[in-house]
Each structure stands twice: as C-alpha cells, then as structure tokens.
Ligand binder design. Structure first.
Ligand SMILES: Nc1nc2c(c(=O)[nH]1)N[C@H]1C(S)=C(S)[C@@H](COP(=O)(O)OP(=O)(O)OC[C@H]3O[C@@H](n4cnc5c(N)ncnc54)[C@H](O)[C@@H]3O)O[C@H]1N2
Ligand code: MOO
Length: 394
C-alpha cells in the first residue's frame, strides 16, 4: 500500500486507526480497572435493588394503625413472612420490605406506646409506599450498565461493583518503548549551552497513559543509523516511538533506519503545523513505529496524529465525538495545512496561549486543550474544533 505523503490531519488519523491491530483481552480485578478499556459489555448480574427495599429508617406497616410491632428486621436479612393486617415491623434504610406491607412510616413520624406503633404524621403526609425503592428500580438483571469500548473510571467501576461484578474483561494495555535520539539530548540534569534536556519523553509518558497505553522503556539512542535500526528490531513493544531525526538534517536517520529494517512507511509527513515531519511505519512483524519530530510541541502533535488513534484502535476504545468551542479572537489566515494551537478559555471564547512555537511546551502546559485550525480564515465568534487536554487525565 502506498504511504500517505503529507496527508491531511483527519486522513492521517484514519489511516493510523485502520492499520493498528486490536489486542486481545484479559480479566482484571475492579481495584486495578481504572483507566482500562472495557472489552465486553458489563451487564447487571442482579435486579438492583434485588428486592423492594425501604428508603427510610422506620417501620413497614400493614393497613391502618395503631399497629402491633412484630420486632425489627435485622439489616441484611430477609423477612420471615408477610405482615398481617395491623402489624408493623421495624426496618432500616435498605431493609427488605415484607410482603403485605402497605406503607413505610418514617422513624420521626411514629412512637411506640405500650408495644403499639402510633403514627403522628406532619400535615400532608399520607400512608403510602412512596418510601419504597422497588426491585429493579435502577437496573434489571441483564441490563447493559457499561458499554464495551468505554474507558473505565471510578463511576463505571462502582456501577459494575453495585451490579455484582468482581472482575471485568478489559483490553490488554498496549506497550510503548520511547527511543530518544539526538546526541545533544540529555535525559537528566541541567543542560549547558549546546545541550538540550529531554522534555519529550516526560510529555509523552502521560499522554500514552491518557490514551490507554503504557511506556515500558525510555532509551537514549545515538544519532547513528545502525544503532537506531538495531534498537527498532530489539524492542518488543507494540509501538516503538522515536523522537527526533525525522527531518532532513545530517543526523536525521529515521528514514534510512526504517528502510534497513524493512518497515513499510504508512504515513510520511503530515500536513499539520507543528508536527509536519511525523512518520508512521509498520515493521515486518506487525509492530508499529511512530517517528515523532524532536521539537517538543511538534512531538505532541505528531503523537496525536498517529499514536493516539493507533492506541485507541488497539484497545477498541470508543471514539469520542469531536468537540467544538466558540473562538474568542481572529486567527491569522494560513493555508499550508491544519494548525494545532494550545488555547485557553476566556469570557470571549477560546484564544491561543502565548508560547506556541514548535520547540515550546510552556503554552501547552497552561492550556485547556488544543485548537484544530483548518486551512482558511478563522474568525472570532465562529465555532472551532478542539482537542481535550488528554495529558491532564492520565
Ligand atoms: N531544512 C529543514 N529543516 C527542518 C525542517 C525542514 O523541513 N527542512 N523541518 C523542521 C521541523 S518542522 C521540525 S519539527 C524539525 C524536526 O526535526 P527532527 O525531528 O529531525 O528533530 P531534531 O533535528 O533531532 O530536533 C529538533 C529540535 O528539537 C530538539 N530536541 C530533540 N529531541 C528532543 C527531546 N527529546 N526533548 C527536547 N528537545 C528535543 C533538538 O535539540 C532540536 O533543537 O526540523 C526542522 N528543521
Ligand atoms: O512543524 Mo515543525 O513540526 O514546526 O516544528
């Protein structure tokens, strides 16, 4: 298949989605399920609640009062028979309402005098079963509570727990190795003039997690075709991300390394700024290689173009609908492709941050997300597509 060369933003994301192979699934304890992608629907194992239960502390009664009190139902047990006429039984919130009950009386509306329950309702309160939560009020056995493809969060996990689950079927987490190229790049310490501190791997580690994957290794690779090719083959990750070396400089070895390992290039540059030199390739054994530019903001954009869609396809995560917001300012006209620009929200609408250069993360770090600025005019008061700050949800 021919590579998509200087492909449009949406086309690149579609191709990255379609060329990534879904991974298998595994079972996972609820305690470890946060952030995992659900592989099969969570269906309720029970009617919820499983019986008619009282919504209030008080008494279940039958017929008109006063009532003979038959003791108290211990929470967690079921009634040992129906209530007879003029009978009452003490009940707690969540207690199973006995058959024959015709009303719940709240604790504060009744008193026991000589073993008999006397009712002293405030005005307007009638005897009724309105304080009963009927069986199946929230869910019936078999109802789909969480759909396959959902990213599990604390609420969906809690819902699975409330409907009787201890473990869930989830997609296996795709693994990522990050190969940091650039002989001038330091993985730690304070960079002196001429040297650059690696900021791409810290930025991408959280973005990978936010997109459902896991960074297994961060390795510095020298600016050398042999070394890069050897490391591409040695890695066992589902996606190998390289940073730097994508452009046309003398130390830019990515294309040659990909040729040597017989990778098929799927995407060769993207019509986006920053992030233009992004590459996506597939190794003979099916693993993906994403070549991201060395400039940090360009690397983030390249990640969103080719890695994020691939990760979601590998876990079969449901695609989120595009979000749109009101643009708060005119943007300079640009026809050379899509621009991705960090934004913040203001009273007028979304506006670009400062520090949006390809080498800068300062604007992105304080942003609320990214604008997707299509070629052509973008004027204040119109709606514009945005991408959420996925790095923040990791
Ligand atoms: N003659 C041309 N020059 C460049 C072009 C071009 O089309 N023609 N494209 C420019 C664009 S756009 C980008 S983006 C960069 C992409 O460059 P590379 O992917 O080859 O990256 P490097 O040259 O290795 O590095 C670029 C820049 O980023 C710094 N860097 C690298 N790795 C890291 C890291 N892990 N953390 C922080 N900073 C990093 C590196 O020191 C360079 O300053 O090429 C343009 N040039
Ligand atoms: O477009 Mo590059 O990706 O500007 O820095």
């Amino acid at each position: 298949m021919a590579a998509l060369v200087r492909g449009d933003w949406d086309a690149v994301r579609r191709v990255s989605t379609s060329r990534a192979k879904p991974l298998a699934s595994e079972m996972c304890d609820l305690a470890d399920a946060h952030g995992r992608v659900l592989a099969s629907d969570v269906r309720s194992l029970i009617d919820l609640p499983a019986a008619d239960v009282s919504a209030m502390d008080g008494w279940a009664v039958s017929g008109e009062g006063p009532w003979q009190v038959r003791g108290r139902l211990v929470n967690g047990t079921t009634p040992d028979g129906p209530l007879g006429a003029q009978e009452a039984i003490g009940i707690g919130t969540g207690g199973v309402v006995p058959a024959g009950a015709t009303a719940i009386i709240r604790r504060e509306h009744g008193d026991i005098i000589d073993g008999q329950l006397q009712w002293a309702p405030p005005t307007g309160v009638a005897l009724s079963l309105k304080d009963v939560r009927p069986r199946g009020d929230e869910a019936h056995r078999g109802d789909v509570m969480v759909h396959a493809g959902a990213r599990l969060d604390s609420m969906s996990i809690a819902l699975a727990a409330s409907t009787g689950h201890d473990e869930l079927e989830v997609a296996i987490v795709p693994t990522i190795d990050l190969l940091v190229t650039g002989d001038e790049v330091d993985l730690s310490g304070r960079p002196v003039p001429g040297r650059v501190r690696d900021s791409v791997s810290p930025a991408l580690t959280g973005m990978v997690r936010g997109a459902g994957g896991s960074v297994e290794n961060v390795l510095a690779v020298p600016d050398d075709v042999e070394a890069l090719a050897a490391q591409l083959l040695a890695s066992t990750a589902d996606i190998v991300i390289t940073t730097g070396g994508t452009a046309v400089g003398e130390a830019d070895h990515l294309h040659e390394a990909l040729r040597r390992v017989r990778a098929e290039i799927i995407v060769d540059r993207v019509a986006v700024r920053p992030g233009g030199p992004t590459v996506l390739a597939i190794l003979p054994d099916g693993r993906l290689v994403a070549g991201l530019p060395g400039n940090p903001l360009a690397a983030v954009v390249g990640f969103l173009a080719v890695v994020e869609p691939a990760l979601r396809a590998m876990t079969l995560e449901t695609e989120r609908p595009n979000t749109r917001e009101l643009l708060g300012t005119d943007l300079d006209r640009f026809d050379g492709g899509t621009r991705i620009v960090p934004f913040i929200r203001s009273d007028a609408g979304v506006v670009p941050t400062s520090w949006t250069g390809s080498s800068m993360l300062r604007g992105l770090a304080s942003s609320d997300g990214l604008l997707v600025v299509r070629p052509g005019a973008a004027t204040a008061g119109t709606s514009i597509e945005t991408l959420p700050a996925v790095w923040r949800h990791a």
